[in-house]
Design a protein around this ligand. Structure first.
Ligand SMILES: [Zn+2]
Length: 554
C-alpha cells in the first residue's frame, strides 16, 4: 500500500524551484518527506487517517527558505538588548539608554545593538556615554558588529581602560591621555566587556572560535538555552528551515543538540569551525572531528569559517587601493597570503568547505588566491568554497569565482541605500570611481558564479521578504549598472541556491517527491504583488521536517 499523506496543502500557488516541474497547486507530505505534488483534487485524495488539511487560499508556497549566513546564538541573545537602529544624536541616545536601564535593573551590563557610526557626527567616546549613564557599564555595538563603544565603568570593569594587547586587526583605541577612548574595534577588543556582561559563552563562537573557558557547566548550558531558542523562534517565524551559522565552536552544536533532544530544534543548522588568525593549521583536526560528530540533516558542520578583513565603514576592509579619505591606508589583512593559502590547502585536503568573510577587493583577491592554491595542490574537486559579502571586487577577479567554483554569498540588505543601511559614509569610503564595482550581484551571476542570499542576521534584519524586495528594487549607484536579479533568481538564492551551497541540493531547496518536507507558506501571492510591496507579505506557516514550527494563526 502506498504511504498515505500526514499533511496536505491545497489551493496554493506552489513555486517548487524544481526546473523539471516548476509549478503545482497542492502538496502532500508523509511525515518528514514530500510525498507528491499535483492538483488540489489529486492530492486531496491521498489523505490518510488523521491527515492535517490546509487550504492555502491561493498564497505562495515555496521550499523552506535557507538563511545562508547568520549568527544564530548571538542574534538570539541580542533580541533582548537595547535596540538602537534609527536612533540619532545625543538626545535620542540618552533617552534610549536611560529608559532601557530603568526597565532592566538586573542587567549586569547595558548592551546596545545597531548603533550608527555617525550617531554623534563624530567618533563616540567613553565620555559621551559617561554623560548619559556613568554608574552602570554600557557597551553600544555597531550594526555591523565590528565596532563597539563602552563607557568608563565598562572599560574599568573589563580591565581595559589602560589598553589591552589584542590580535592584528583588533584594537582598543587609545586617547592622548593614555587611556582607552571607549572605541573597541573588532571582537577581541569588545570581548572583555561582553565577558562582564555574562555573554562570553554565547559570543565565544564569533569572538574567538574556541570553546568557552572555563568549560560550561550544565547550569551554564541551561542559562544559555533561552538565547538559542529565541534565535530559532525568530528564524521560524520568518520562514527559514535551514540555517548556515557563520561562527561557531563545538559548544554551539552542543547547545543545539540539547534542544534537539528536548524536541525544540525548529530548523536544520550547520555550524562551522571558526578559524581565527590566532590558530594553527593543525587545529583543523577539530574541524574534522566536529564534522564527524555532527553529520545528519538536522545538525552538521563540515566547514571552516574565516575572516580576511573587517568592514568598509570602519576602514578595516582590505582594499587594493588607498581609501579615498585616508591616503596610504588600505586596511590590514587578517591572514598573511602564504599562511592563508596553507590553511586553505589543509582544510581542502581534509574535504572541508571553506567560507571566508571578504569585503574589500584586496580581501576578495587574497581569498581567491588561497582557493586557487588549494586547487593547484590538492587537485580540482566539487568543494564549493564560498566568499561572504564581496562588497567590492576588482573586475579581473569576477570570472575567477566561476573558474574556481566559488559560491558568492551576498546580502541584499547590506547594499547601501537599499534597505536599512544608509548610502553614506559607505559610498564615500568606497569612492565614486569604484561604485561600479561595488555590491555586484547580477554581474557575478552573469559571470557564472553560484549566488546565495542571506541577511547576516543580526547584522541586518533577517526578514527574507524585506531582503527580496531590496534585491528587486535596489537602484544602481551613479555610473554603475543595474545589479537586480529576477524574482525567480532571487527566490532561488534563498532556496535551491542555498541548498547547492550546502551540498544538499539532492534533498533540499526544491519541492519534489522524496525531498525533505521543509516548506514556507506566505500570506499572499508573491508573483502577483508589486516588487516594492513584497515586504508587506509575511509568513503564515513554516514547516520543517513535516512539522509546523511557525503558524501565524496561533
Ligand atoms: Zn556574518
Amino acid at each position: 500500500m502506498p504511504p498515505s499523506a500526514t499533511m496536505i496543502i491545497t489551493n496554493a500557488r506552489i513555486l517548487t524551484m524544481d526546473p523539471d516541474n516548476p509549478r503545482a497547486e497542492a502538496v502532500a507530505l508523509c511525515h518528514d518527506r514530500i510525498l507528491a505534488l499535483g492538483t488540489s483534487a489529486d492530492i486531496a485524495a491521498q489523505a490518510g487517517p488523521g491527515c492535517t488539511m490546509i487550504d492555502a487560499g491561493g498564497a505562495s508556497l515555496l521550499p523552506g527558505f535557507i538563511e545562508s549566513h547568520l549568527h544564530l546564538f548571538m542574534g538570539g541573545s541580542e533580541l533582548s538588548h537595547l535596540q538602537l537602529l534609527g536612533v540619532e544624536g545625543p538626545d535620542q541616545l540618552g533617552h534610549a539608554i536611560r529608559d532601557y536601564a530603568r526597565a532592566h535593573p538586573q542587567r549586569r551590563v547595558i548592551v546596545g545593538q545597531g548603533c550608527d557610526y555617525a550617531i554623534y557626527g563624530r567618533a563616540l567616546t567613553r565620555h559621551d556615554l559617561d554623560a548619559i549613564l556613568p554608574d552602570r557599564p554600557i557597551i553600544l555595538v555597531a550594526a555591523d558588529h565590528h565596532t563597539g563603544w563602552a563607557n568608563t565603568l565598562a572599560l574599568t570593569e573589563a580591565g581595559i581602560l589602560q589598553g589591552a594587547t589584542v590580535g592584528p586587526g583588533n584594537e582598543v583605541v587609545m586617547g592622548a591621555d593614555g587611556l582607552a577612548t571607549g572605541e573597541l574595534r573588532e571582537f577581541e577588543a569588545m570581548a572583555p566587556v561582553l565577558r562582564v556582561a555574562g555573554e562570553h559563552r554565547i559570543m565565544a563562537g564569533i569572538a574567538t572560535g574556541f570553546d568557552p573557558l572555563p568549560a560550561p557547566t550544565q547550569d551554564d548550558m541551561m542559562a544559555d538555552l533561552p538565547a538559542m531558542l529565541a534565535g530559532l523562534a525568530h528564524c521560524a517565524r520568518h520562514g527559514f528551515t535551514s540555517l548556515v551559522n557563520m561562527d561557531g565552536n563545538r559548544y554551539t552544536l552542543q547547545v543545539l543538540d540539547t534542544l534537539r533532544q528536548q524536541g525544540q530544534l525548529t530548523a536544520r543548522v550547520r555550524v562551522p569551525f571558526h578559524y581565527r588568525n590566532t590558530r594553527i593549521p593543525a587545529d583543523l583536526a577539530e574541524a574534522s572531528a566536529m564534522t564527524r560528530d555532527y553529520n545528519d540533516d538536522w545538525l552538521s558542520s563540515g566547514f571552516v569559517k574565516m575572516f580576511m578583513d573587517g568592514v568598509i565603514d570602519s576602514g578595516t576592509a582590505v582594499m587594493l587601493n588607498d581609501y579615498p579619505d585616508q591616503p596610504g591606508w588600505r586596511g590590514d589583512p587578517l591572514h598573511e597570503a602564504d599562511r592563508f593559502a596553507e590553511i586553505c590547502i589543509e582544510a581542502d585536503r581534509r574535504g572541508l568547505q571553506i567560507a571566508v568573510h571578504a569585503i574589500g577587493d584586496g580581501a576578495v583577491r587574497r581569498v581567491l588566491d588561497g582557493y586557487a592554491a588549494a586547487r593547484a595542490t590538492n587537485g580540482p574537486r566539487d568543494a564549493r568554497h564560498r566568499i561572504e559579502h564581496i562588497e567590492l571586487i576588482d573586475r579581473t577577479d569576477v570570472p575567477r569565482l566561476a573558474e574556481l567554483g566559488v559560491v558568492a554569498s551576498v546580502q541584499p540588505s547590506h547594499v547601501p541605500g537599499a534597505m536599512d543601511f544608509p548610502p553614506f559614509p559607505s559610498l564615500d569610503k568606497i569612492g565614486r570611481p569604484r561604485w561600479k564595482d561595488a555590491f555586484l550581484t547580477r554581474t557575478l551571476a552573469e559571470a557564472g558564479a553560484p549566488i546565495v542570499f542571506a541577511s547576516d542576521w543580526p547584522v541586518a534584519d533577517i526578514n527574507p521578504l524585506r531582503s527580496i524586495q531590496a534585491a528587486l528594487t535596489r537602484q544602481p549607484f551613479e555610473g554603475a549598472q543595474d545589479e537586480r536579479l529576477t524574482l525567480h533568481q532571487v527566490l532561488a538564492a534563498y532556496t535551491i541556491g542555498g541548498a547547492y551551497a550546502e551540498h544538499t541540493e539532492d534533498r533540499k531547496g526544491m519541492l519534489r517527491p522524496g525531498y525533505l518536507a521543509d516548506l514556507v507558506l506566505l500570506d499572499g501571492d508573491i508573483e502577483a504583488v508589486a516588487p516594492d510591496r513584497i515586504a508587506s507579505l509575511s509568513v503564515s506557516r513554516t514547516i520543517c521536517g513535516g512539522r509546523t514550527v511557525w503558524d501565524a494563526a496561533i
